[in-house]
Design a protein around this ligand. Structure first.
Ligand code: ADP
Ligand code: MG
Length: 495
C-alpha cells in the first residue's frame, strides 16, 4: 500500500522524486542522522538552503532507534522545512481538509526522499507532528487536543508540564530549542496583532478556542521561554457534576441555588485553579431566565445558558500604552446598562469598591470571585482591594460597606490530592464593634486519607440557620431544617 494511502490519502501515489523534485532546498534525503541545528530552528517562511545531508555513515554509528522522540521531532522539522519551502510564500496554512490533503501529498513525497523506513505507526505519528507544526501549535498541540489536560506549562524547550485530573506532571514533550518555543509563541500571538520581544518580553493572549495564554521570554524568563496555557473547558462543569464529584453535597447545591435566586450577593473565594470560575459559572446559571445579566471578565470564560446576557471583556493597552479598558471601567459602565445582575469574573483591585457600592445601592444579586484562602481572608482581601480604588476612605467605612453588601462567601479549595471542594459556605452577618461577623453554614471536615492517598472528607452543616432565611422564604424557598443540620423533634436527619 502506498504511504499516502497509509496516511489516509485518496489521491494517486506521489510521483518519484526524480520526476517531481521538491521546489527549493536540496531534495537529498537525510537518513537517520542528526538534523543540523540550522535546519530545525525557526522555520522560515521563504525557502532557504539547508545544510547538506550528513553522510550515510552516521546511521551506522548512531544506535538511537529511529522512533526516538528527539529523532522524530528533528525529522518532523526537517520535513516541515521542506514542505514550507515547497509552499513558498503560501506557507501559512489554516487547518482544513484541503490543507490536510495537500500536506499528505507533500509529506509522502518528502518522507520518501528522506530514505527512512519507519514503522507505520511512527509514520502516522510523524505526519501528525508535521501537521501540528504547520497548522497547529507544534509539540504542545497534542496536549491541547487532550480533553483530560486542563493546563499546559512550557518551561523552556525541555520541560513541558501539564495539569491532569488536578495533578501536575512532567510530559515527554520537547521542543528542539528555545527558538522553536518562540516560533510557537509567535504563532499564537501574531494573528491577534500582539508582539513579544526583548524590550517587552511578556504577553497575554488567547487561543482561537478561548484558552488563556501567558508567555514570558528571556531576558526576563531566565531559563528559557515560558508559556502557560489555561485551557478553556468546552463543557463547563454543571451543578450535577460538582455534586457527583463530591465537590459539594446536594443540600449545599440546593442552598446555593436558593441564595442566587433570592438575589443574595455572593463572593466565591479560593486559590488559583481551585475552581472559582467553574463555581461562579454554576451559580450564574441559577439566575432566572427573565433577568438581564451583564458579565464582566478579563478574558471571557463564563458560559451562561440564559439568553439575555451582555458579555463585557476588559481590553489590554495598545502597543503605545494607551487604550487600556480595565475591569473597573467596565463595572462602572455596566451600572448604566440597566443590569438586573452583574457578574464579575474576578475582583483583583479597585473594582471591588465599585462593586460593593453597586451592591449597596440596589444592584443586589451580584456575583464575583476573588483570591483568598478562607472566608475571613476574603474579607481582608476585599478591604485591601477596595483601598486600591484610591478613594482614601477610612478602613471602618470600607468594612461597613463589605459587611452591608456581601451576604455569602463560598470558599472553594483544591486539596493536596487534587480534589476540588467547597470548603465553607459562610454567612456575612454584619458588624459587631470593629469586626465583621461571619457564621459558617456548611463546612468541610477532613476525615483522613485512604491508603491510595485520597483525602476523605465530609460536608457538614454547622447546625446554624442563616439570618437571611426570611429572604429565601420570601422567594418561595422553604428549606427544611434538616438541610442546616437542625432537626425538628422526631425528624430523621436527612444526610
Ligand atoms: N469541583 C471541581 N471538580 C473537578 N474539577 C474542577 C472543579 N472545579 C473546577 N475544576 C477544574 O479545575 C480547573 C480550574 O478551574 P477554574 O474554575 O478555572 O479555577 P479558578 O477560577 O479558581 O482558577 C478547570 O480545569 C476546571 O474544569
Ligand atoms: Mg478563574
Amino acid at each position: 500500500m502506498s504511504l499516502l494511502k497509509r496516511l489516509g490519502g485518496t489521491t494517486q501515489p506521489p510521483e518519484s522524486p526524480a520526476t517531481a523534485p521538491v521546489r527549493g532546498p536540496s531534495p537529498m534525503p537525510t537518513p537517520l542522522s542528526p538534523i543540523p541545528e540550522a535546519s530545525v530552528a525557526v522555520a522560515p517562511s521563504e525557502p532557504r538552503n539547508l545544510a547538506p545531508a550528513p553522510s550515510q555513515s552516521a546511521i551506522v554509528e548512531d544506535p538511537t532507534p529511529a522512533t526516538d522522540p528527539k529523532r522524530m521531532l528533528e525529522l518532523s522539522l526537517w520535513i516541515v522545512d521542506r514542505i514550507q519551502a515547497s509552499l513558498g510564500n503560501q506557507s501559512e496554512l489554516k487547518r482544513s481538509s484541503e490543507s490536510e490533503k495537500l500536506l499528505q501529498e507533500r509529506f509522502a513525497r518528502i518522507y520518501q526522499q528522506s530514505g527512512q523506513s519507519l514503522p507505520d505507526t511512527a509514520v502516522k505519528e510523524l505526519f501528525t507532528m508535521v501537521c501540528d507544526e504547520l497548522m497547529g501549535f507544534g509539540p504542545i498541540q497534542q496536549l491541547l487536543n487532550d480533553d483530560t489536560v486542563s493546563e499546559v506549562m512550557v518551561n523552556g524547550p525541555n520541560m513541558v508540564y501539564v495539569e491532569q485530573k488536578g495533578k501536575l506532571r512532567l510530559t515527554p514533550v520537547h521542543f528542539v530549542n528555545d527558538e522553536h518555543v518562540l516560533k510557537v509563541i509567535d504563532r499564537i500571538i501574531r494573528p491577534l496583532g500582539r508582539r513579544i520581544d526583548r524590550k517587552w518580553p511578556m504577553v497575554d493572549a488567547r487561543l482561537p478556542d478561548g484558552s488563556r495564554v501567558n508567555a514570558i521570554i528571556p531576558p526576563c524568563a531566565i531559563d528559557g521561554s515560558t508559556v502557560t496555557i489555561r485551557k478553556f473547558s468546552k463543557n463547563k462543569l454543571k451543578i450535577d457534576d460538582l455534586v457527583r464529584f463530591g465537590s459539594m453535597s446536594p443540600e449545599m447545591g440546593e442552598f446555593l441555588r436558593a441564595c442566587v435566586i433570592s438575589r443574595l450577593n455572593i463572593v466565591v473565594s479560593g486559590g488559583t485553579g481551585s475552581g472559582k470560575t467553574t463555581l461562579l459559572n454554576v451559580l450564574s446559571n441559577f439566575i432566572p431566565e427573565d433577568e438581564r445579566i451583564v458579565t464582566i471578565e478579563d478574558s471571557a470564560e463564563l458560559q451562561l445558558a440564559q439568553d439575555h446576557v451582555v458579555r463585557l471583556e476588559a481590553k489590554p493597552a495598545e502597543v503605545d500604552g494607551t487604550g487600556l479598558v480595565a475591569i473597573r471601567d467596565l463595572v462602572k459602565n455596566s451600572l448604566r446598562m440597566r443590569p438586573e445582575r452583574v457578574v464579575i469574573g474576578e475582583c483583583r483591585g479597585g473594582e471591588t469598591l465599585d462593586m460593593l457600592q453597586a451592591m449597596n445601592t440596589g444592584h443586589d444579586g451580584s456575583l464575583t470571585t476573588l483570591h483568598a484562602n478562607t472566608p475571613r481572608d476574603a474579607l481582608a482581601r476585599m478591604e485591601t482591594m477596595s483601598m486600591m480604588a484610591g478613594m482614601d476612605l477610612p478602613l471602618r467605612v470600607i468594612r461597613d460597606q463589605i459587611a452591608a453588601a456581601i451576604d455569602v462567601i463560598v470558599q472553594q479549595t483544591r486539596l493536596d490530592d487534587g480534589q476540588r471542594k467547597v470548603s465553607y459556605i459562610t454567612e456575612v452577618q454584619g458588624m459587631e464593634g470593629d469586626t465583621v461577623v461571619l457564621q459558617d453554614i456548611f463546612k468541610l471536615e477532613i476525615l483522613g486519607k485512604t491508603p491510595e492517598g485520597k483525602i476523605q472528607t465530609e460536608m457538614r452543616p454547622t447546625g446554624v440557620r442563616p439570618r437571611f432565611t426570611p429572604r429565601l422564604e420570601a422567594h418561595g424557598f422553604k428549606l427544611p431544617p434538616s438541610i442546616f443540620g437542625t432537626q425538628m423533634p422526631g425528624q430523621k436527619k436527612g444526610w
